[in-house]
Ligand binder design. Structure first.
Ligand code: HEM
Length: 442
C-alpha cells in the first residue's frame, strides 16, 4: 500500500489538546489489528475528531464518524501533499531515488496538480474500458481455481489469501498495465517486497525491489509508447502530448495503480470469503440467488473496509469541525473509513454482516452509501474495477468449491497490522471433511 507520510515527527507536542483518557493506539498490536472497532467506537463518542497518542510517542487526529469523515475528505484544508521532508527516504542510493520518484503520484497531490493528473487518467478508467476486462478476469479466476483444486488434492488444505485473494488482483493489475504474463511473477515478487517491513526480508531485498519496479516501469512506458496495446495503461502513455502525463508522472501512476489496486482488492476478497464462510446462511442465500452477490460485496466493503483509514492528511490552517473541536495547522489527520462505516447514526446494527441492507428492493434504498472508496477529490479511481473483480471472483470461487470450509478458528486468525489496510493475513480452508471432534467456531 502507498507509504503514508511519517507522522512520527509531525506531531510530538504534549497532549495539551484532546481528551486525556484515550489509551495510546498501537497499530502493531495484534488484538487491535483483529478488532479495532471498539476503540474507534469510543473515539466516535468523543466528538468529530480526537487527538490520539500513538504508541511511538507521537499524536494524530482520528476522525471516526460518518459525517465528519466525509466532511474532512471533501475539505481542501486537509492536504494530501506530504509536508516538506515528510516521508522522504533518507540518503541518495538508486533505490531511494526510485522510491522518491514512484511516490510522486496523484494520491500525494492537491489541486491544481491533483486535478490535472486525475483528469488525464479518468478516460482510461471509463466504464466501458473497465467492463471490457470482464472476460479476462473470469479466465484468470478460473486459472487460479484450477491450481487450487490441484493444491487441495496434493496438500489437503490451502490458504485462500495465498491461493486466491492475493494473486488475482496482481494478475488483474497486470492486465490494466498491459504487462506480459511472463513478467507478472516479477511484479508480484517486487510488490510483495516493497509492501513488507524491511527487517522482515533479507538485507537489500526491499531496495532491489524498488529498483526493479523503477527499471521495469521505465522500460514498459517506452514499449507502450512504441507499440500501444489495448490496455488502460497504453491509453495513458498515448496521451503524452501537450499537457499529458510526462514520463515521471507515468512512472508514479503505474506504481500507484499497482499499490492502490492490489492490497485493497486482496483484502476485499479475503474478508468477503471469510465473512461468507462464517455466515453460511448468507453464503447459501447468495448461491440460491446470484442477484445477491453485489450486495455481499457492498456489505463487505462496509463491514470489513479494506482501507481502514485513508492516506494521511495534514491541515494547512485551523479547522473548526464543530462541537468545540478545532484542529491546528500542520496536524496529521486520519479519516478512519472502517469506523465511519460502522457509525450507528447511519447504519442500523452496524457490527452485523447483513448484505440485505444493500439489496435493491429490500432495505437497499434506505441504507447510506458506505465510505469504503473514500469521498471527495480522491474518491477511488478503481472502484468499478474492484467491484467487478469481486462480483466475478467470489461466485466463481464458491461455485467451484461447494464444500469449502475453514480449518481454523476465525476468531484467532491474524490480521494485517497498521492503520491503513485491514484484512486477514490467512484464511485456511479445505474441502475435505473435518476429522471427528474438530470444531471451527463462527
Ligand atoms: C476494494 C478495493 C479498493 C478499495 C477499498 C479502494 C479504496 C480507495 C480509497 C479509500 C481511496 C482514497 C484514499 C484517500 O483519500 O486517501 C482510493 C484512491 C485510489 N484508488 Fe482505490 N481502492 C480499491 C481498489 C482500487 C483499484 C483496483 C484501483 C486501480 C486499479 C484503485 C486505484 C485508486 C487510485 C488511482 C486512487 C487515487 C485517486 C486520487 O488520488 O484521486 N483502487 N482507493
Amino acid at each position: 500500500m502507498i507509504a503514508p507520510p511519517d507522522v512520527a515527527f509531525l506531531d510530538v507536542a504534549p497532549p495539551d489538546i484532546g481528551p486525556p483518557d484515550i489509551a495510546p493506539l498501537d497499530p502493531a498490536d495484534p488484538v487491535f489489528a483483529r478488532d479495532p472497532y471498539p476503540y474507534y467506537a469510543r473515539l466516535r463518542d468523543q466528538g468529530p475528531a480526537v487527538r490520539v497518542p500513538l504508541a511511538n510517542g507521537t499524536y494524530a487526529w482520528l476522525v471516526t464518524g460518518y459525517e465528519p469523515t466525509r466532511a474532512v475528505l471533501a475539505d481542501p484544508r486537509f492536504s494530501n501533499a506530504p509536508p516538506q521532508g515528510a516521508g522522504q527516504p533518507k540518503g541518495d542510493s538508486p533505490a531511494q531515488r526510485a522510491r522518491a520518484c514512484l511516490g510522486r503520484h496523484m494520491l500525494n497531490a492537491d489541486a491544481p496538480d491533483h486535478t490535472r493528473l486525475r483528469r488525464l487518467t479518468t478516460a482510461a478508467f471509463a466504464p466501458r474500458r473497465v467492463d471490457a476486462l470482464r472476460q479476462r478476469i473470469e479466465e484468470l479466476t478460473a486459472g487460479l481455481l484450477r491450481e487450487m483444486v490441484l493444491r487441495l488434492r496434493r496438500e489437503g488444505s490451502v490458504d485462500l489469501v495465498d491461493a486466491f485473494a492475493f494473486p488475482l488482483p496482481v494478475l488483474v493489475i497486470g492486465e490494466v498495465l498491459g504487462v506480459p504474463e511472463a513478467d507478472r511473477a516479477d511484479l508480484r515478487e517486487w510488490t510483495y517486497r516493497v509492501g513488507s517491513p524491511a527487517d522482515a526480508l533479507e538485507p537489500g531485498a526491499v531496495d532491489e525491489a524498488w529498483s526493479g519496479l523503477y527499471g521495469y516501469f521505465t522500460e514498459l512506458i517506452a514499449r507502450k509508447r512504441r507499440a500501444p496495446g489495448p490496455d488502460l495503461f497504453s491509453a495513458l502513455t498515448q496521451d503524452a502530448t501537450d499537457g499529458g502525463l510526462d514520463d515521471g508522472e507515468l512512472l508514479a501512476m503505474a506504481f500507484l495503480l499497482l499499490f492502490a489496486g492490489y492490497e485493497t482488492t486482496m483484502n476485499l476478497l479475503a474478508s468477503a470469503s471469510l465473512l461468507l464462510l462464517t455466515h453460511p446462511e448468507e453464503l447459501a442465500a447468495a448461491r440460491r440467488d446470484p442477484g445477491r452477490w453485489p450486495a455481499v460485496v457492498e456489505e463487505t466493503l462496509r463491514h470489513a473496509s479494506p482501507l481502514e483509514g485513508t492516506t494521511w492528511r495534514h491541515t494547512t490552517q485551523d479547522v473548526d469541525l464543530g462541537e468545540g473541536v478545532v484542529i491546528p495547522p500542520g496536524a496529521s489527520v486520519l479519516a478512519v473509513l472502517a469506523a465511519a462505516n460502522r457509525d450507528p447514526r447511519h447504519f442500523t446494527e452496524p457490527d452485523s454482516f447483513r448484505p440485505a441492507r444493500y439489496l435493491a428492493g429490500h432495505e437497499g434504498s434506505r441504507t447510506a452509501p458506505h465510505a469504503a472508496f473514500g469521498h471527495g477529490a480522491h474518491f477511488c479511481l478503481g472502484s468499478r474495477l474492484a467491484r467487478l473483480e469481486a462480483r466475478i471472483a467470489l461466485p466463481q470461487l464458491f461455485a467451484a468449491f461447494p464444500r469449502l470450509h475453514l480449518t481454523a478458528d476465525p476468531a484467532q486468525l491474524p490480521y494485517r497490522p497498521g492503520l491503513l489496510v485491514r484484512g486477514p493475513l490467512s484464511v485456511p480452508v479445505t474441502t475435505a471433511p473435518l476429522p471427528a471432534g474438530t470444531t471451527v467456531t463462527a
